[in-house]
Ligand binder design. Sequence first.
Ligand code: MG
Length: 468
Amino acid sequence: MNFSKLLLVPFVTFFLLIISSCGKLDQESKPNFIIIFVDDLGYGDLGTYGHPTIKTPNLDQMASEGMRFTQFYVGSSICTPSRAALLTGKLPVQTGMYGQRSVLFPDNAGGLDPNEVTIASALKNYDYNTACIGKWHLGHLKKYMPLNHGFDLFYGIPYSNDMRPEGNWDYARENFPPLPFLDGHDTVGVSLDQSKFIEMFTQKSIDFIYQNKENPFFLYLAHSAPHTPIILSDKNKGKSKRGSYGDVVEELDRSVGEIINTVKKLNISKNTFIIFTSDNGPWGWANVDGGSSGLLRGNKGSVYEGGYRVPAIVWMPGSVPETTTNVLASALDLFPTMVSLAGGQYDQKSIDGFDLTKTFFENIPIRSDIHYYRQDTLIALRHNEWKMYIKDPNPWDDGPTQKEMPLLYNLEHDPSEKYDIRKENKTIIKEIQNLYEDHLQSVFKAPSQYDTIIPSYQPAFDDYNKKN
Ligand code: MG
């Protein structure tokens, strides 16, 4: 060995030591998690999902740098139960998040049981700092609020942005308080200017990311938009060819860009798992102020694909591949996946989600079934490409819908659920019937959290029900 090679040995050894210690550090350090959950955005509402006039360059870029799901589902097609499912990994029937009125209202005394384990409370056991910014909607009494569900910080509104005295609904106009805005448990304002909400939630999120750049964090950024009423500031108005709804989606897109740029600027991209998705499909009754489910049938509140299937983009450069995938995934899977990535434990028997690390990191299918509930009733079950309706998907429709059950669709051939093919597929019908019965045997049904009304509301509530 000559002298120059001898000199090289300690240098190379030192260099290898640095590389291995960096690798070890990456493996040992816990990933950060950011869930960006928007309200009532439909499957067809983003540029990257084919909308012809809504421009979403930041989400398009997020999709090109990450994984864009074409078959991502939520645990329910309406706000409250969908949020409960995302945070607990449990179907809403298991947490009592069902009832006659579909969601919780300001007169409800119920909420998500503080004993339920959420992503936030699970991650608290593994040294995470946690924040809930935006809309909660899992019970507005103190015991049900985010600070009692594992969040260190809450900044936002306790329920939907339309649950306020303004508007056309008599009962709300006469009984609901002005929409409160909270910081932690404290109401810091009422009836605030909603045109500022996206900006306020984004800035608070950026501050939280900066404050936690050195330690693992979980940010649940649940925007109250594009749920109606759509209220825009002058600077965001009139920009989109799609009108007001397009303006608000484009504002959300800019917010996503700011969050991702913050993560990039702080050099924590490789260690930060971000998912962007929606709580349910578009609000069909809102007419032009509601979004689009694209080629999918149905809207928010329905058991059709348009209610349950939403846009979803997962991003973590270096770990999540750059691809579009048609592998099945659900918001129910975020709880076990995140706890698992944090190096934690959870009780698989008590939840309905699956650890999708292999789906998110390697594009490998794990989940094969999707359950479509209306309140506490299982209406349909998807198994691989097959979706079977055991009960009528639209009992209110007195038009010429098919009322003889079951109905069977092949969602890979027919994502719009147009062609019932039960007659040709008797074996599949039998197979899904068995899965349906097994599910009903195993599922736990918690008492409804929607049934109790706060005593001060009871007379007005009874009076309203008598009249309607
Ligand atoms: Mg919603």
